[in-house]
Design a protein around this ligand. Structure first.
Ligand SMILES: [Fe+2]
Length: 345
């Protein structure tokens, strides 16, 4: 088996491939690592054929939906997954054929209702059911400590103790462990009485994951993250630096329209000399009156440089081929000590 472990923050993803056929599967891919996965697969001579999430992630953004659209391949999850874009809904005891490899599915609810562990030869991809020296938490949506106890003690821990454990999260930089090692030293697995285990899991008092709402929204719907929207807009828009804009406003460049897309009160409080006001929320509806010439070079400006990027991308969609965004925003402009004009237009 060809095997790559990809760490990003505390998340672990795995690329596994059949040496004979070069077919590969990507387990628990993360949105920020798409280019790395594709580069690793290319370097190994692998073609990714399956995308698998071991469960609905609540703490990071899954790349399965984006990669599935890009590579035109199926997303596989347990059948209990509520995500509408899942193509291959798996049940306990089934397997995915990956060339000569078999990815064996075990339904192991507890961390979430749709959690699976995947056994491939000597490796067990445990998702968030079993971590090194820990287990997944059970206090997020669809978590159930009693179910986790059953999945661990009545399923996973009854497998061959020599199986290597590869979890979806690892925060100490360890590579993998074995079931035997976890049985011996994982502190959560020392509570072998079901009620003691459930009591322990109910009293962990963990803080909520930082991106919980956005991760559940995007992972369950296949929708985009805010960062994705911004990245897509940034790729379609050229930028102008603060110093370049400063020299052009000093020279009163007649060919550049500076468009401040913040709200009126922010504009009145202080804007770039010569800037016009057209708030982002009114852009599409007022563009015909305010900007009759689509060949005009328009530079969008906002407070931090993000809304202006989205506004410039929208203007390009509308046909303004020379729309660009300021690389930075009014905050950086003020901090640089550049000139500011107060009042309305
Ligand atoms: Fe998780």
């Amino acid at each position: 088996m060809l095997f790559e472990q990809i760490a990003s923050g505390g998340c672990r993803s795995y690329l596994i491939g059949c040496e004979d056929t070069c077919a590969a599967a990507l387990i628990d891919p993360e949105l920020g690592q798409i280019d790395r996965y594709l580069a690793l697969a290319a370097r190994q001579g692998l073609r990714i054929r399956h995308l698998i999430d071991t469960h609905t992630h609540a703490d990071h953004f899954s790349a399965t939906h984006s990669l599935a659209r890009r590579l035109d391949i199926p997303v596989a999850m347990h059948r209990a997954s509520p995500a509408p874009f899942v193509d291959l809904r798996l049940s306990d005891g089934e397997c995915i054929a990956l060339g000569k490899l078999r990815i064996n599915v075990m339904h192991t609810p507890g961390h979430t209702r749709d959690s699976m562990c995947l056994r491939v030869e000597s490796r067990l991809f445990t998702g968030d059911t079993l971590l090194m020296n820990a287990t997944g938490r059970t206090d997020l949506p669809s978590g159930d400590p009693q179910a986790l106890y059953d999945s661990l003690f009545n399923r996973i821990l009854k497998l061959d103790p020599a199986l290597e454990v590869y979890p979806a999260h690892e925060y100490q930089g360890r590579d993998h462990s074995t079931l035997a090692q976890e049985l011996e030293r994982n502190p959560r697995l020392q509570k072998r009485d079901p009620s003691e285990f459930v009591e322990m899991m109910r009293n962990l008092n963990l803080s909520m994951p930082f991106h919980l709402t956005e991760a559940l929204r995007t992972n369950l719907s296949g929708g985009k993250t805010v960062a994705q929207l911004l990245a897509e807009a940034s790729a379609m828009v050229p930028f102008m630096s603060l110093t370049e804009l400063k020299s052009r406003t000093d020279a009163r460049d007649p060919d550049l329209v500076v468009l401040d897309v913040r709200e009126r009160d922010a504009y009145v409080n202080g804007h770039v000399p010569g800037a016009r006001l057209l708030p982002r929320g009114q852009l599409e509806l007022r563009v015909n009156d305010e900007l009759p010439d689509p060949t005009q070079r328009i530079l969008t400006v906002c407070e931090f440089g993000r809304i202006s990027t989205l506004a410039a991308a929208t203007l390009r969609d509308l046909g303004f081929q020379h729309a660009i965004a300021l690389d930075g925003g009014m905050k950086a402009w003020r901090e640089a000590g550049y000139p500011i004009v107060q009042g309305s237009e």
